[in-house]
Write a protein that binds this ligand. Sequence first.
Ligand code: HEM
Length: 477
Amino acid sequence: MWQTAYSHSVRLQQMKNRKVDYFANTLLSYFKLPSHDRELSLTNIDPGTRKRQVGGGPIVVPTTPEAVMEIVNARSYDWHKPGPDARLLRRILGNGLVVAEGQSHKSMRKAVAPAFSGKQIRDLVPLFYKKGRAFVEVLADKAPDGAVEMTTQMSKVTLDIIGSTGIGMDFDTINNQDNKLAQLYEIITGPDRGPIVLFFLINAFLPPVLVENMYGTRYARVANAVRTLRYEVRGLLQEKKQSLEMKQQNDIIATIMRSGDFSDDYLCDQLLTFFAAGHDTTAVSLTWTLYLLSLHAEKQDVLRNECQKLGDPNKLDAEELEHLPYLNAVCNEVLRLYPPVPGTTRRAVVDTKVRGQVLPKGTFCFIPMWTINRLPSLWGDDVNDFRPERWLDGPQASLGGAESAYAFLTFLYGPRSCIGQQFARVEMKCLLLALILRFRFELEDPEAEVKMTGFVTIKPANGLRLKLHDLAKETKN
Ligand code: HEM
């Protein structure tokens, strides 16, 4: 998908009279996710370049801030997630906020929004940091054995956090190898794209009754994990309901439960959504953060120096967190360079318009977040450099030097933007703070090429192995 889309990703283009068939343009290309280098070179193609694509038909790829703004914000409800994408997401996430459309989406978003208010998120800072501190202790125990694979570790700590904040339960997967939820998510969202791609294709094109019985295949493994996950989450919800009668709680699902009378199915769908949308994305962001800081030891030092000025490293509150500008800039820069969700798709459900052009109902749209985050025309010639300073100095520093907020699309904008954006940003900063105060990070093999893979999120294909130098031990010696 990325290749096809990026080849058209310089300005808004409507390519008529070519038959776009969804299969050709989107699904097949999932098998061909390009390597990191190829991805970057595609952002440098000449304006107007058109490459032959498989299939044809009306497809829109907005690559100016103005065009993106119209699609995701001004006319957001003219566009839905295309059928095959929504079907796959529904199988994994349930009928939650990510896949709801139209009026149903509006009322669901209203019901869920209080759980993500500014105050709720600020109040979570001590918990995020506490989890981070516990996490570094676990890593410190692992580190003497050599390098540690960080993708899996990050996924565990963020799953623990969404367990505590989402449903008020401590899964403690960082200490518990056998945690069932962690194992299930590893099967579903792990770096091996094969089974999930198959799962996608089968769900998109074959009737469920036919595919439910394909036991023994790699597909069956993912299908089974998805079924078990739903069963497990339903069990957690029952536990939760009993405890909620006893005391008032402040987690996401408790906040939603208090705001109305919702069915178990509804609540289960929300939980599945928050568990999946809320842990893999942040885990991936943190993995890329440590990758970039390992490549740039000098920036790692600048960050650590800033963080060491914290009053008491044993605790943290929201106000202290706001006084760490370099930490904020590092996170912004990583989220720009490696948006965990690199692109998304839409299908027009009514005749609509973009930049004055009429687009007929049925038009397919690919929003290339990653490309836009790296367009030299929006960011300058150093677009591919890891330069947190762009978020600190110079004109428009609050936008990273770009002229429009829509040059940074990592969380999208508008009614379908990421509802967990502030949650993720604050969580990321708290965990990074705990990590950087405890370790100096170095790539285990600086020569090794880090390739990308992933289905909905992008991650290092073979994980990320880092040497962790424990600063607590270095100080003692
Ligand atoms: C770095 C971390 C994250 C990134 C980059 C990210 C990115 C995104 C993006 C790009 C979308 C829009 C997808 C689309 O419409 O195609 C989205 C939607 C969503 N995200 Fe996130 N996300 C992150 C973390 C989180 C967290 C922590 C939560 C919850 C705790 C969350 C919950 C959601 C939900 C519920 C939606 C659907 C919103 C709607 O359609 O109204 N995300 N996210």
